[in-house]
Write a protein that binds this ligand. Sequence first.
Ligand code: ZN
Length: 153
Amino acid sequence: MSVAIEGIDAKALPERSVGAAMRAGMRGRCPSCGKGSLFSAYLKVRDTCPACGEALHHQRADDAPPYFTITLVGHIVVPGLLLMERFLAPPMWVQAAIWLPATVILSLLLLPPIKGALIGLQWANYMHGFDPRQDSSDGDIGWESAPENTTAG
Ligand SMILES: [Zn+2]
């Protein structure tokens, strides 16, 4: 399956499987080879794949992983809380004792696979610096090629 991204002529490049790349990323593996680990820490993406050498620093997952995580966790926790209230009506502290930790734990568990899947999606569609035809010094306004960051410090 291929997803057309506006502005990118993906026809000129070999087609990459979006599903396979997203599944590899979801497992915390390199979207290219599926073997090397994608993360060097909890959410820290490696610069290159330790197995195949694929450059991974081009990823621009940014705030998409928390966005999808919040959406998913909200759709689990809110109905769960409401159903429990409707059918069991436990005291408020019981609801809080269940759903507050569930929200935190689910979010922490879902963030890495969602981030990995999004990086796989970007890699498979040659997005950002993953497009080999794209000169990293123009077009992609990634942090490493952006002008001096004047807001830092
Ligand atoms: Zn790899």
